[in-house]
Design a protein around this ligand. Sequence first.
Ligand SMILES: [Zn+2]
Length: 434
Amino acid sequence: MTNTLLWNAGYIDAEGKLQTHKNIEIKDGVIAAISDYTEGAPLPEAEEQICCKDYIVTPGFVNMHAHAAMNIFKGIAEDASADAWFNEYIWPYESKMTDEDVYLGTKLAIAEMASHGVTAFADHYFGEEQVLKAVHETKIRADIAPTIFGTAGNLDARLTEVGDLVDKYQKMNSRVHVRFGPHSPYTCPEPYLSEIIKAAKAHNSGIHLHISETKEQVQQSMAALGKTPFQVSYEAGCFDLNCLVAHGLWVEDEDLKYLGENTWFSFCAKTYMKLAMGNGGIYRNKEHLNFSFGTDGGASSNTLDILEQARTFTLIGKYICDDPTAYETSYIWKHLMDGHRALGFNTGKVEVGYEADLVVWDLKRVNTFPVYNPLTALLYSADASNVKYTMVKGDFLKYDGKLTCVNEDELLADVKAAHTKLLARGKGKAIVVY
Ligand SMILES: [Zn+2]
């Protein structure tokens, strides 16, 4: 970890305002000092000094819901219904997935996220040892929820495995957190969901699960149990804990009373549009929800670009409420930054004492220039080509526009080989039915 000085930089402060001509000193992975830049005055000492006179520094983005390994399936199930997507493509292919597929898919996803300025992601997948291997190698920050299917027949062993991992990472001051990942109320029916929550509470952990993703899930839950998936999750104790709710797109108005202070929704608007999942209740209830943005897996969203997800959410919101003044940029920016609060790492502000998970943006490019308001330039115009540097805890994952967290040529060659083998193996039998 080198000590780095970003000199003569502009940065976005906690209120979303641009501060200009600042020297930002990063020592041992932490923002150690921020001072005014004065032309001609000596710069603070640092091993690495980067001139940022044309750049803007922001906190990195958090991808609040990912299945990183699924990048290996990107493009495999297109123009499919949600039913066909799960049952005819994803779950049959996943049943024949190898450790190598999980590792390479995750590494590919991390490279893509780092390229887009994502510095932390909340992952939900099985094969967590492979996920962790990719996380450690690339040095991204991660909140890992090993997936648990209640009906898979191995619940006790799985809870022990996940519990051990939670304990291990709680003892380390690392850039990784682990939590319990029940897949959903419908794949973890009672008594399984309650058992998982009991284990999460015993390990002082949080949970991450899918709730009310589709209208059909709500209807089926009502028909079978007379309760919404949110009520089922509430009765199992999900909202007593720090709970990451993947989607919750179809949250009902009467579900709001079940949610806890530490219940965080991740909205993945591109997936909702692509799989034609409807508008659901999140738009009308957004003022009552803690939320930020996720990408879901690459097999449904095709990109792991958080700005694109926030932009899509904003555009849908303006469109369906027929009000171009709604969903203001400052409101969306606040929610983008809320991902840091949800995961509870000491990140998310360009302020002394915060860990240096930062992005340095070059907005002096044809797609973003001129810049009247840096936040709107980011939200509506920017893409990975504007990300000059991505830094996690002081370590560069992208440097001067090039990925440094992976060897891109080697990674793509490995992915190509794995993809060929995956297609040759074909589909297996899914362990669950959607
Ligand atoms: Zn998901």
